[in-house]
Design a protein around this ligand. Sequence first.
Ligand code: SF4
Length: 347
Amino acid sequence: MTSTLTERPGGGGDAAPFLSVTELSVRFATEDGTVKAVDGLSFSLERGRTLGIVGESGSGKSVTSLAVLGLHDPRRTTVEGGIRLAGQELTGAGERTLERLRGNTMAMIFQDSLTALSPYYTVGRQIAEPYRRHTGASRREARSRAVEMLDKVGIPNPRLRVDDYPHQFSGGMRQRAMIAMALVCDPELLIADEPTTALDVTVQAQILDLLRDLQQETGSAIILITHDLGVVAGAADELLVMYAGRAVERGAVREVLRDPRHPYTWGLLASMPRLDSAVDTPLTPIPGAPPSLLAPPPGCPFHPRCGFTEEVSGERCRTERPTLPPGRGAACHLTEGQRGRLRGAPR
Ligand code: SF4
C-alpha cells in the first residue's frame, strides 16, 4: 500500500482535498509566557478516509482538533495557518459560520461521555436538539430522528431508552449515544478524541467497528485522536505521529507500523504490549518526559529523550530542527541506513 496523507482514495489527486490543514500554529497566552501548542502542522484528509493522530498528552493532537472546529477562546489563543474544509477557509471565519458548520458539517466525539452529556436532559433530547437547530425539524420529527439514531448505533429498545437520562446508560451505551449525537446531522467530518479510552477492550472494539460501519454508510472523513497505536492499527488508513506540537512521522498506517522511521515512533511501539510476545516480556517506556511547550528544546524537540543523537552527531540534533518531508517520511536526521541498523536497538 503506497497511499499517503495527500492522496485521494481513488488515486485522482488534482482536486483540492476535502480537509486541508497547512502550517497550522496554535499559541496560548499564559501567565508564564506563550505556549506553542501546535507549530507548523500540515496534513490533508479525503472523504471516506480515517486519519489517526497519535502522541502523548501535550503533543498537540487535541489542540489541533479544537482548532479545526474553531473552539479555541480567541481572547487567549492565536490560531494561524490554513484550515480548509470542502473549499471553505475556517481560519479567521466568524463565529456564525463556525456555529453553522459545527454539529452539521463537522462534529466531535469526546473522550468522556459522562462529562460531555448533560445529566439534566434525557439522552433523546440531547440527540434531538442539534438536529432541530440545524434542520428546523419539529419536536416530533427530531424525537423520531433520535430514536432512529439510537437504533443505528445499536442501543436496544431505542423507543424506550430515548427517554432515559445518561446515568441510566452503561459507559459503552453512553459512548454510543454520544456517537448518535455527533452523527445526527450526517456530518462530513467527524473528529473522535480518544473515543474509547474509558472503555474496556471488548466495548472499545465494538465502538471502533461501529464508527467504521457508519463511515462506510455515510462516506464521512474521520480524524481519530489517540495515544494508543493499537487503536489506530485497525481503525485508521493514515497516521500522523505528533511530538511537542509538531508532526514527526506520517504515512499509511500499515507502512508506519511495519517500518517506523522516527525514534519516537519506535519508542511508542516498544512501550505497547504485543500479542506475539511472551506474557512476561517487559514493556520499555520512553525515558524522560515531553518537553515544556513554553520553551521547547532547540534543534530536534525529541533530542533530550532520544538515545540515537550520537549516531547523527549530537550537536546537529541539538541545534538543527529536522523537517518532515512531504508524503511518507519522518522528521529525523538519521539516514535510511542508520535507521535500518538502529531500529530495535537498545537506547
Ligand atoms: Fe533522535 Fe536526532 Fe532523529 Fe531527533 S533528529 S529523533 S534527536 S536522531
